[in-house]
Design a protein around this ligand. Structure first.
Ligand SMILES: [Cu+2]
Length: 285
């Protein structure tokens, strides 16, 4: 009896809670973004690719993994066969053969051919990553020990920094909290637009990397590196500094919000005023 009563109480309270929450969710679904480019617990695969380059990286990885698996199985099979067929027990009189021209040519030529088969799509992909198509927007990322700075030269030239958020309580805006990945500010880009990322550093080597975009570019002091991406899905994507840069290397994540053109323009207007006072301060100093 008491069990039933508890059950009724529980289901009643869950109805009340969902009634209270549902308008909230209804409101949020208009603007709230979901974290998409993020590692999954116990995951072993690459992250879901959301750019053309990342998709090619994904299939290149699968292609090489299949070749690698086949070679490994072949070598394992050969070893097992040799252990069995040419064991001392089965060969009282060991063979004196030291050369076999045909076998030697084959085990040189076949691996060379396999490497050529891997190299051709690999060079194609390198070229695709390297040559930046006509960009719609340029953003500059600057690596510091230990945070990233961003500049939007095409949209009023405002700049700001992105520091890792230590706990959920530190969040200043309504967005999901992901441990070691969420930053106080964020990089915002429009969906389906070609973004040219210029990457540099102010102190030591860093690397600006977003796995879901297939992007990883070294940030080198005194040098301006470039990369590009065209994100095809709205959502939040995370990345990290990927070049060991000192004691807080793990504390400089990258959080990118891919939004509609309209949301992007709204954010730019907001950012212009939000980060303007800071820029003026810097200019006056
Ligand atoms: Cu770094």
């Amino acid at each position: 009896m008491s069990y039933n009563l508890n059950k009724i109480k529980k289901s009643f309270s869950s109805i009340i809670i969902s009634l209270l929450i549902s308008p909230l969710f209804g409101f949020q679904s208009v603007t709230a973004l979901e974290p998409k480019g993020i590692a999954k617990d116990y995951g072993i695969d690459l992250q879901n690719p959301v750019t053309d380059v990342a998709k090619d990286v994904y299939s290149m990885h699968a292609f090489v993994t299949i070749i690698m698996a086949l070679i490994t199985l072949l070598v394992l099979g050969l070893l097992i066969w040799v252990c069995y067929r040419y064991s001392a027990k089965k060969n009282n009189k060991p063979s004196k053969t030291v050369h076999n021209t045909l076998v030697e040519i084959l085990w040189t030529a076949i691996p060379v051919l396999i490497l050529v088969v891997i190299a051709i799509p690999s060079f194609k992909l390198l070229y695709k990553q390297d040559v930046i198509p006509e960009p719609d927007l340029t953003i500059k990322a600057i690596g510091y020990q230990w945070y990233w700075g961003y500049e939007y030269p095409d949209n009023g030239n405002f700049s700001y920094e992105a520091f890792m958020v230590q706990s959920k309580d530190e969040l200043e805006e309504d967005k999901p909290y992901k441990r070691m990945l969420t930053t106080d500010t964020k990089v915002v880009v429009p969906v389906n637009k070609i973004i040219r990322m210029q990457v540099t550093a102010a102190d030591v080597l860093h690397s600006w990397a977003i796995p879901a975009f297939g992007v990883k570019t070294d940030a080198v002091p005194g040098r301006l590196n470039e990369t590009w991406f065209k994100a095809e899905n709205i959502g939040i994507y995370y990345g990290m500094c990927s070049e060991l840069c000192g004691v807080n290397h793990q504390s400089m994540p990258i959080e990118i919000h891919v939004v509609t053109q309209e949301d992007f323009e709204n954010w730019v207007e907001e950012a212009k005023t939000k980060y303007a006072s800071k820029n003026n301060l810097l200019a006056n100093n």
